[in-house]
Design a protein around this ligand. Structure first.
Ligand code: PMP
Length: 316
């Protein structure tokens, strides 16, 4: 879908996957005017395909677009484009329990501009690819390395939107953590360097004395859709869920720690390394609360249970 500076997106067309043509002076290439989203389509046992809360992705893209002075497709246009791509690639949606189809919507400043200003033209595109587990050891609890040098986002920056530039700043720390054998990086707040923020591509939760807590969205954390879903679902089960500032010391003292995200779903954290100290949780097994929430969420996403939360959209 393309749109000029008047803000109206014109219906796009389905094309085979391949390189796209882009002006070398495109705003996205020179000034990072771009947003991404991520969703997954699951196959139900009856063969139909389910999307999980696609309207939330559309709304998050709209918020990001406002921040970056970009027009955004409407919720209807966003979901329509995703349906088109998923249905055209239905044969690539793995059977239930064998993975899912990852969907990547992009909104980019494709118009040429030299100088910092909104692009004169925008492109919204969607591509998809089948995926399995995000972490190489599948559902085994992951290991996080607390980053002490870099921060994912700065106060007043763009950490709370899903803009492409946010990911450039974490590549280095992520690569280093992987080289040391960890699954991912845990970021602390950029001011006090003691409050827990999030992981490179997921949000973080802790459980202590059966109370579930997750860092407050202070502007440097991405408001994850899975994060919100877990909060809502856990509350519906009667859990006390708190969104608040959490210190690294509290996290290290938790009974259970888990991460949430579209790609990771809900991954149990088996250990965290902070300033050379390694803290292990739950004997490298899913904790009881993490397991309960993972099972419930995964079952809704795969259509294995009735979706009483009204979160899934069925494509036939
Ligand atoms: N934080 C970051 C930095 C992410 O990239 C993601 C993945 N989108 C998340 C959190 C989790 O968000 P969601 O649950 O919407 O996938």
């Amino acid at each position: 879908m393309r749109c000029s500076s008047d803000g109206e997106f014109i219906k796009g067309e389905l094309v085979p996957y391949g390189p796209i043509e882009l002006n070398p002076a495109a705003a996205v290439l020179n000034y990072g005017q771009g947003l991404l989203e991520g969703l997954r389509a699951h196959r139900k046992e009856d063969g139909s395909v389910l999307l999980f809360r696609p309207d939330e992705n559309a709304l998050r893209m709209k918020i990001g677009a406002d921040r970056l002075c970009m027009p955004a497709p409407s919720v209807e246009q966003f979901i329509e484009a995703i349906k088109l791509v998923v249905l055209a690639n239905k044969r690539w949606v793995p059977p239930t329990g064998k993975g899912s189809l990852y969907i990547r919507p992009l909104l980019i400043g494709s118009g040429a501009i030299l100088g910092v200003a909104p692009a004169p033209q925008y492109t919204f595109l969607v591509f998809a690819c089948p995926v399995g587990h995000y972490f190489k050891d599948g559902l085994s609890p992951i290991s996080l390395l607390t980053e002490e040098e870099y921060h994912r986002a700065a106060p007043g920056g763009t950490g709370d939107i899903k803009t492409i530039g946010n990911y450039a700043s974490v590549v280095n720390a992520h690569k280093r953590a992987k080289e040391k054998g960890h699954s991912d990086v845990l970021y602390l707040d950029p001011v006090h360097k003691k409050f827990v923020e999030e992981v490179s591509s997921c949000n973080i939760f802790m459980v202590k004395d059966n109370i579930i807590s997750t860092p407050l969205l202070t502007g440097t954390i991405l408001p994850g859709i899975t994060r919100r879903s877990v909060i809502e679902y856990a509350r519906s089960l009667g859990f006390q869920v708190e969104e608040r500032l959490i210190t690294i010391d509290e996290l290290l003292d938790a009974d259970e720690v888990f991460c949430t995200g579209t790609s990771v779903v809900l991954s149990s954290v088996g250990c965290i390394v902070y300033k050379g100290r390694k803290v292990e949780y739950g004997n490298q097994k899913f904790g009881a609360v993490s397991q309960q929430l993972y099972s419930a969420l995964a079952a809704i996403q795969k259509g294995l249970v009735e979706d009483n939360m009204g979160w899934t959209v069925q494509l036939t």
